[in-house]
Design a binder for this molecule. Structure first.
Ligand code: PLP
Length: 428
């Protein structure tokens, strides 16, 4: 009898998939995933992923922030099904009603006078668009970004990102991009002269979940205005409720000149990325040049239908408030575990449902994440900082699910603590 995905047995599906990764997709990733006990995800609904053996996992990696509505939210899936019957990709020689509606909706829900959108297919593409827009609008070339930032892995976004290990193989990168410490407004002030833009995440996600001092973005706003530079808020991970507020920049009441969005925007069902800009900025760049920045697939009817449905769900299910409340519960619980195991954990921090747990030694992650998987909970490292495990569940998460994840984290940390004890007695 065939199982899901047409394999003869669950084990055959695992063997085939592992072998395909090892030979044809990404050999070193195949090894790392095998060692960390990753199985195969075959189905997902709500906060749960099922693997090829039928084991259920509570998803606290959350697709690195994609699954804000949980997996396969029925209203988003229904909207996509209905749209699929009509048309999936736009021909783009004619107007597309859904792209227009989505742009109008984004203008309505984003802060201030952010109004004109561009749609691509991913976060990095949104960032590329924002950087290009800033250069074209200001006729300046310098971009200021922050140490440890993560903006994506295409060349422009990568150049603005912070982690040298991801960048050095590709030198020379896009010129005139400089980096300043995150959260340090004085360091920013020293670099802004003649800059086209400052690009910043309201909370650094992949850099290890760093929440800047309150007032940092407001100060950045003032400094950008004074220098004639644009403020680009990269809200790809922090936006649309993740931080327990509509957007990360709401924490400081700041209106950026350009905002980037992706991840949760289309409810985790069809990829989309977007930037939205002030009309003055957009017009300065492209007022007479409608085809300067385009994308064949960007903002497809399927993706826009998904995004429109996802934004409705976010509102109707009051998910931003749930993210705030559950985020407080998660952070409080994680801080308690930090105080129980100071030899393994240094700190827990975060905003809303973007929580990071910093280890005293990055090696412990290799025990904690597999132990959490064994306990049926997924979690993930942050991309630019392997010493931080992120907990980033869907915004629909329930109180008892937070407690289950905390129990799994405690079990993982306890295992790392025990291992540490064994290593110390072995070395005596
Ligand atoms: N910007 C931020 C803040 C991100 O967190 C990410 C991805 O993690 C990106 C940009 C890149 O998005 P994508 O992986 O969709 O290209």
């Amino acid at each position: 009898m065939k199982t899901l995905y047409g394999a003869d047995s669950p084990q055959a599906l695992y063997d085939e998939t592992y072998e395909n990764y090892r030979r044809f997709l990404n050999p070193p990733l195949a090894r790392v995933m095998k060692i960390s006990g990753s199985t195969i995800e075959v189905r997902a609904q709500g906060t749960t992923i099922w693997d090829h053996n039928g084991k259920a996992y509570l998803d606290f990696a959350g697709g690195y922030g994609v699954f804000t509505l949980g997996h396969s939210h029925p209203r988003v899936v229904a909207a996509v099904h209905a749209q699929l019957e009509l048309m999936s990709l736009a021909g783009k020689t004619m107007f597309d009603p859904l792209a227009g509606r989505l742009a109008r909706e984004l203008a309505r829900i984003t802060p201030g006078d952010l109004e004109i959108s561009f749609f691509g297919n991913s976060g990095t593409e949104a960032v590329e668009g924002a950087l290009k827009l800033a250069r074209a609008a200001t006729k300046r070339s310098k971009i200021v970004a922050t140490h440890d930032a993560f903006h994506g892995k295409t060349l422009g976004a990568l150049s603005a990102s912070g982690r040298a290990a991801f960048k050095s193989a590709y030198a020379p990168l896009v010129p005139e991009i400089v980096h300043v410490p995150f959260g340090d407004a004085d360091a920013l002030a020293a670099e802004l002269d003649d800059a086209a833009a400052f690009i910043v995440e309201p909370v650094q996600g992949e850099g290890g979940v760093h929440v800047p001092p309150l007032g940092y973005l407001a100060r950045a706003r003032e400094l950008c205005d004074r220098a004639g530079a644009l403020l680009i808020a990269d809200e790809i991970q922090t936006g649309l409720g993740r931080c327990g507020m509509p957007f990360g920049c709401d924490r400081d009441g700041v209106v950026p000149d350009v905002m980037t969005l992706a991840k949760g925007l289309s409810g985790g069902v069809v990829p989309i990325g977007a930037y939205i800009a002030r009309p003055s900025v957009w017009n300065a760049a492209y007022g007479n040049a409608p085809l300067m920045h385009t994308s064949t697939f960007g903002g497809s009817p399927l993706a826009c239908a998904a995004a429109l449905a996802a934004l409705e769900v976010l509102r109707d299910e009051n998910l931003i408030e749930n993210a705030r409340l559950r985020g407080e519960q998660l952070l409080t619980g994680a801080c308690r575990i930090v105080s129980e195991y100071p030899s393994v954990l240094r700190e827990a921090r975060g905003l809303g449902l973007l929580v990071g747990v910093e280890l005293t030694n990055e090696g412990y992650g290799g025990t904690i994440i597999p132990e959490m998987l064994k306990a049926g909970v997924t979690a993930a490292w942050t991309l630019n900082q392997q010493r931080v495990i992120r907990l980033e569940p869907p915004l629909i998460v329930a109180p008892d699910e937070i407690e289950r994840a905390l129990e799994a984290l405690r079990a993982g940390v306890h295992a790392a603590h025990e291992r540490l004890g064994t290593l110390q007695s072995d070395s005596r």
